[in-house]
Design a protein around this ligand. Structure first.
Ligand SMILES: Cc1cc2nc3c(=O)[nH]c(=O)nc-3n(C[C@H](O)[C@H](O)[C@H](O)COP(=O)(O)OP(=O)(O)OC[C@H]3O[C@@H](n4cnc5c(N)ncnc54)[C@H](O)[C@@H]3O)c2cc1C
Length: 489
């Protein structure tokens, strides 16, 4: 019987391709798997409602997978260092294996934790279990951080191969006596009143769900990804984001699967396969870039990367914010996105950009308020990706959309939801409106509205701002912060 060793699961809730677990097993250890709910790791971004729902089900899936191998998942709550030391004392383990985390609070806590483990006589072995490229490892020629995606992506090309992923273990030796554990239910992650019906319908949290989503995508969507990824009315993207966020699938496994499909495609020659996969690989690297940025600029989860934006005249508009959150702005594509988000915990990337632009530019509401709403409602809420997405849209981040780019919600909708099926699905009160007017119902002739049962201001809101006026206002505000010089300090 091997020596007991703790494997601490964090943002890597899977058994497949899990370097920390694999290292413990390779040493012949009796693995003591544990999840520790330590709120301090999340810093001032405590898990939102949709994330908590996902985590509950993902932990259940992990526990079931471990039981399938003859093992168990122990669950603890509170200070991670204290829990690891007490668990080690209970089971006689001398080593802890775990995956590193890269968000500011978790990273800072990790430094302190490693010291405490060492002082407590525990050896710690840490691994990259959640990202493709260690955020600190990719450096520009001057040794600093990349702030332009294309240059970052180019630098990553020579590092795509990160070794061969190991399959999940078939059996794991059980502990002689299992240490104490809470139940997953004890963590109280599920909502008190059940608003999660739409989430249950849309998602299968856990490793099996992640593999199924990838299979589905590689079979049906990947070849056309480059052409369809911007279309919210089509199922053109992978829906892997929550699985990637919780580490239910690892980047090495993804890369291996992509290469296999690519190789098979090259033999069979399906038109578009390589363009689709190349575009997908690039998009996966936006996630890597986001982690790279947050690692190098940890303040950006709260502050703009470009300091001049600290002076931006954001508007306090609670009514506008509420209308936006509830999908009642009077702009159908924005409202469709916000309702999709509320119902399913996910929103299509193109619509995220349109809805975010509407909040920060048309309503001039601080991007942090938008980020907070997304944080609470997205099943894929991810500090690095969310920060990048919001700062990019607001124009205050790295490689950001230029400040003068204000998404026109009508033109965007007409281009990316041309038949209107996305809007019809999520804004059913407009479903009978002819496509010509669907994305701009306030311009539809009265008789057309009457026939479609649309009564603006009654069955569906009139636009809460006029886009052209709001755009001019936003541009003037951006112009002011650009021209004013930074105060001397
Ligand atoms: C304002 C705003 C906020 C966002 N907040 C989040 C968030 O909290 N969590 C999150 O995972 N994504 C966020 N995104 C990025 C993107 O919208 C989602 O990753 C994507 O819609 C997920 O769907 P998918 O898995 O089908 O993506 P696919 O198109 O299939 O892409 C595959 C994977 O690549 C990564 N990816 C794709 N696009 C981006 C991107 N622009 N930035 C970073 N990673 C990307 C994701 O991990 C995604 O799962 C945000 C974007 C914006 C504009």
């Amino acid at each position: 019987m091997g020596e007991p060793a703790i494997v601490w699961f964090r943002r890597d809730l899977r058994l497949d391709d899990h370097p920390a677990l694999d290292a413990a097993l390779a040493r012949g250890a009796v693995v003591i798997p544990v999840y520790i709910a330590d709120a301090r790791e999340e810093g001032d971004w405590p898990l939102g409602g949709a994330s908590r729902w996902w985590l509950h089900h993902s932990l259940r899936a992990l526990a079931a997978a471990l039981e399938g191998c003859g093992s168990r998942l122990l669950v603890r709550q509170g200070d991670a260092g204290r829990e690891l030391l007490s668990l080690a004392a209970e089971c006689g383990a001398r080593t802890v294996y775990f995956g590193r985390r890269y968000e500011p609070a978790a990273r800072a806590g990790e430094q302190e934790l490693l010291q405490r483990l060492q002082q407590g006589g525990l050896e710690a072995a840490t691994f990259n279990t959640s990202v493709w490229h260690e955020p600190s490892a990719v450096r520009s020629v001057s040794g600093g951080a990349y702030q332009v995606f294309t240059a970052y992506y180019r630098a990553c090309q020579v590092r795509l191969d990160q070794g061969t992923p190991a399959p999940p273990p078939a059996r794991m030796a059980p502990a002689e006596r299992w240490p104490r554990s809470m139940s997953i239910e004890d963590l109280g992650l599920l909502p008190r009143w059940d608003w999660a019906g739409g989430l249950r319908q849309a998602w299968q949290p856990g490793e099996t769900g992640a593999q199924a989503a990838l299979d589905r995508f590689l079979k049906a969507g990947a070849a056309d990804y480059d052409r369809l990824r911007d279309r919210p009315d089509r199922e053109g993207t992978s829906l892997l984001s929550p699985h990637l966020h919780w580490g239910e699938i690892g980047p090495r496994r993804l890369w291996q699967r992509l290469r296999r499909v690519q190789a098979a495609g090259n033999r069979a020659g399906p038109v578009g396969a390589s363009e689709g996969l190349a575009a997908f690989l690039r998009e996966l690297h936006w996630r890597e870039f986001a982690h790279h940025l947050l690692w190098h600029f940890p303040q950006t989860a709260r502050q703009p990367l470009r300091p001049e934006f600290q002076r931006f005249p954001w508007v306090e508009d609670d009514e506008g914010y509420r209308a936006w959150c509830r999908g009642q702005t009077g702009y159908p594509i924005v409202d469709a996105g916000m309702r999709q988000l509320w119902a399913t915990g996910w929103m299509h990337n193109r619509v995220r950009m349109i809805a975010a632009s509407f909040l920060v530019k048309d309503l001039q509401i601080h991007w942090e308020r938008g980020a907070a709403w997304f944080w609470d409602t997205l099943v894929d809420a991810d500090l690095a990706n969310n920060t990048l997405g919001w700062q990019w849209t607001a124009g205050c981040g790295a490689d950001a959309a230029p400040y003068f780019r204000v998404f026109n919600p009508v033109l965007q909708a007409e281009r990316f939801d041309p038949e209107g099926s996305y809007v019809r699905r999520w804004v059913p009160e407009l479903a009978k409106l002819a496509s010509r007017w669907l994305h701009r119902p306030w311009q539809a002739p009265a008789a057309v509205c009457e026939e479609a049962g649309v009564h603006l201001g009654r069955t569906y809101p009139a636009p809460i701002v006029d886009h052209e006026t709001a755009r001019q206002r936003a541009l003037a505000a951006f112009d002011r912060i650009k021209r004013r010089r930074a105060p001397r300090v």
